[in-house]
Design a protein around this ligand. Structure first.
Ligand SMILES: O=C(O)CCC(=O)C(=O)O
Ligand SMILES: [Fe+2]
Length: 357
């Protein structure tokens, strides 16, 4: 068997192109060649280098090569200065690479409705910063393809528990789906040694001013067959501490975040409201934001993202990420790292908090 082909990140590449005839030749978007995750430069690093010229709204892959990106500034003037300063010169902050830069324009797109699937409900973000949810972070390429393979091989050698639509493994503490909680008095053991490289790398988040130096003691591995998702939920506040990391492996998914206007949908149902909301999917009183989680990316839920937003993986065989149609052809395996809570939660979101009711 040859080396695994990394699953390509769906890109908004076709959304951008060279300015066409009749289109303005300058733009807030820059096409930048010779940098990207394939040469060890993360989107965050690129955003910070270009951020020296003004507010960067997004850095997107320009195609599936991993060495071409589109940097979108909030203002055209900032793109102009960045292009004039960086074009064709070695950039010390980007490993001395010589960048090839030109303007790039957002191109009008045909609607993909003829493909026989519903239109996307909302724009799907590729970077957490686009969602503007406090405490939500996404790091692309958090593990290498080789590490991904080793992690998957390790869990495939261990027994899976079958749920109705997906399989799970629990380490550290068993997670009980009926109570959505753990029994803190029943420790199964330490986290397995095959996740140590991942745990060590979590300290990278310290750069984001988050103390990630935590003694993680609960790991849930989820295996989702193609098209299987996860119901909207907030991880029980009293069960786990305030940082939850989730590593996506093998296949991608879209994760939707929902902020319910009336607090927790369950609170309303249990108050005997005549709205009879038994399932959050029947309550439309929320705002939603979606993000694409590619394989090998690490998601962090903290603060408001962890405590006040439901997270949800829609049950779709086909996801539409902006103009790109992605078939979930492979299983997705996620590793969710959590710290079991030993004292009541005292978060700033009592309306969602089972410790504060
Ligand atoms: O699969 C994931 O990334 C999320 C899993 C999750 O939300 C959970 O186990 O509570
Ligand atoms: Fe969760």
């Amino acid at each position: 068997m040859g080396p695994p082909t990394p699953t390509p990140t769906p890109t908004p590449a076709r959304r951008f192109g060279r300015p066409r005839e009749g289109q303005s030749q300058s733009s807030p978007n820059l096409y930048v060649a010779n940098c990207g995750p394939a040469v060890g430069l993360s989107y965050e690093t690129i955003a910070s280098v270009f951020g020296a010229f003004g507010e960067v709204k997004a850095v997107n892959p320009a195609d599936e090569s991993g060495v071409r990106v589109v940097v979108s500034f909030a203002e055209e003037g900032c793109a102009r200065t960045a292009l004039a300063t960086l074009q064709g010169r070695p950039c010390p902050q980007l490993g001395g690479r010589c960048l090839h830069i030109r303007y790039s324009q957002l191109q009008p797109q045909p609607q993909p409705l003829s493909l026989g699937h519903p239109p996307p409900l909302s724009v799907v973000a590729l970077m957490a910063s686009e969602l503007n949810i406090s405490g939500l972070y996404l790091l692309h390429d958090f593990v290498s393809v080789e590490q991904e393979q080793a992690l998957i091989a390790a869990v495939d050698q261990r027994p899976w528990n079958n749920l109705s639509k997906r399989r799970v493994q629990h380490y550290g503490y068993e997670f009980c789906y009926a109570t959505r909680n753990v029994n803190p008095k029943q420790k199964l053991g330490e986290l397995p040694s095959f996740v140590l490289p991942v745990l060590n790398k979590l300290s990278m988040f310290a750069k984001l001013d988050i103390t990630a130096d935590i003694d993680w003691d609960q790991l849930t591995v989820n295996e989702y067959p193609p098209g299987v998702g996860l119901s909207p939920h907030i991880d029980t506040h009293s069960a786990f501490e305030g940082l939850i990391f989730s590593l996506s492996l093998a296949g991608p998914c879209i994760m939707e975040f929902r902020r319910y206007a009336d607090g927790d949908w369950r609170a309303k149902a249990s108050l005997g409201s005549n709205m009879k909301i038994e399932n959050p999917e029947h309550n439309s009183n929320f705002i939603r934001k979606s993000i694409h989680l590619p394989p090998r990316s690490m998601l962090l839920l903290s603060g408001e993202a962890r405590y006040a937003w439901h997270h949800y993986i829609p049950h779709h065989k086909i996801d539409v990420v902006n103009d790109t149609v992605i078939r979930r052809g492979t299983r997705r395996v996620s590793f969710t790292f959590r710290k079991v809570r030993t004292a009541p939660c005292k978060c700033d979101f009592p309306q969602y908090c089972d410790s504060q009711r």
